[in-house]
Design a binder for this molecule. Structure first.
Ligand code: TRP
Ligand code: SF4
Length: 341
């Protein structure tokens, strides 16, 4: 019981939309952050699959959301998230999120949503979808419900999500002000993220077809790495290169030991190593770095029932917390259950 109290202020929550397999951009941009928070101990970590949020962009073809949900859990597990230390759950199985979303949408001024920069950005990025829906405009309200439902103190996210967290804070404050102090105001938890781009030098993204996935291995992985753009001004092997401007070198920074890294940098600047060899060495290092991931993936892909059990187990824990928050919310709103009227 005392454990429960001391951890109360230390709940962490984050989610991802199941719209595709995870790539190294997701790993180094968010997932590693989640794993570190889990491994630090002292926090109660809740990580969830935001399948309703996936609907905002995928509503015309919903056929892959379930498969991506399972894939996502397998990828999380392979990156070191551990169901005995973190709780994984599925948003759509905790229907209370929809109830809280509805209530929060009643108190959220439209202007807050319309000026949200993430909304504008997403709309531009997903130019091929028709996003003129109420659901898409309300996306951050659902996100606010996800977060405050668990009274999370910290939300590990990438910078792109900061406006959403800011909006969550405003919505929580407004609820507390209008009714009663129910919700703590959550903090975004950002970490230093290495600048890793996709194969073609643009932001790594499934929609640009330039991603290295956590599942890629063997020839596929090597082929992708050998196709990476390098320092654009290094036309031939005789030109000296500029490692600090090269995406391949950024990856070396993560996957290659410091002394070898130093050597590569020197050799690149002196034109003593060619890009093909340099990429070959990176491919080997990434293969080694990813091998433990692939082992875990193989285990769970052969035991998918374990994956479903992990998700079901976490979901029932999440549900218990959500139910109790909704009781408080109903009390605060004076929307009483019939038997209490
Ligand atoms: N919007 C987040 C993303 O696109 C996903 C998400 C939904 C989320 N609900 C959340 C993240 C709550 C953190 C907390 O990545
Ligand atoms: Fe980049 Fe390596 Fe080529 Fe230098 S040698 S430009 S670090 S790929």
């Amino acid at each position: 019981m005392s454990g429960e109290v001391s951890l109360k202020g230390k709940r962490i929550l984050s989610g991802m939309r199941p719209t595709g397999r995870l790539h190294l951009g997701n790993l180094h941009g968010a997932l590693n952050n989640w794993v570190n928070l889990q491994n630090r101990g002292g926090y109660e970590c809740f990580y969830f699959v935001a399948d309703w949020h996936a609907l905002t962009s995928e509503y015309k073809d919903t056929s892959k959301i379930s498969a991506f949900t399972i894939d996502m859990i397998v990828d999380w597990l392979s990156a070191g998230l551990d169901p005995s230390r973190s709780t994984f759950f599925l948003q759509s199985e905790v229907e209370d999120h929809a109830e809280l979303f509805l209530i929060l949408s009643m108190i959220t001024p439209l202007a807050w949503l319309e000026r949200n920069p993430t909304y504008k950005e997403m709309k531009e990025e997903l130019f091929d979808r028709d996003l003129s829906t109420a659901g898409f405009l309300g996306y951050p309200v659902l996100q606010a419900a996800d977060i405050i439902m668990y009274k999370a103190f910290g939300v590990p996210v990438g910078v792109d999500q900061l406006p959403h967290i800011e909006l969550t804070r405003e919505i929580a404050r407004r609820f507390n002000f209008l009714y009663r102090e129910v919700f703590p105001i959550p903090e975004p938890l950002l970490t230093e993220v290495p600048k890793l781009l996709g194969l073609d030098g643009r932001k790594m993204s499934k929609s640009y077809d330039n991603a290295i996935y956590l599942r890629d291995r063997g020839d596929e992985l090597a082929r992708k790495i050998l196709s990476m753009f390098t320092d654009p001004e290094r036309k031939t092997k005789r030109d000296p290169g500029r490692p600090h401007l090269c995406n391949v070198f950024s990856f070396h920074g993560i996957y290659t030991a410091p002394d070898e890294l130093e050597q590569i940098s020197e050799d690149c600047k002196k034109a003593a190593v060619g890009c093909v060899e340099c990429k070959g060495r990176l491919a080997a290092a990434v293969a080694v770095g990813m091998a433990p991931f692939h082992e875990i993936q193989d285990h769970y892909l052969n035991n998918l029932n374990e994956v479903r059990d992990i998700l079901a187990d976490g979901t029932s824990r999440a549900r218990a917390i959500a139910r109790s928050t909704m009781d408080e919310v109903r009390d605060a709103l004076k929307i009483h259950r019939l038997q209490k009227m």
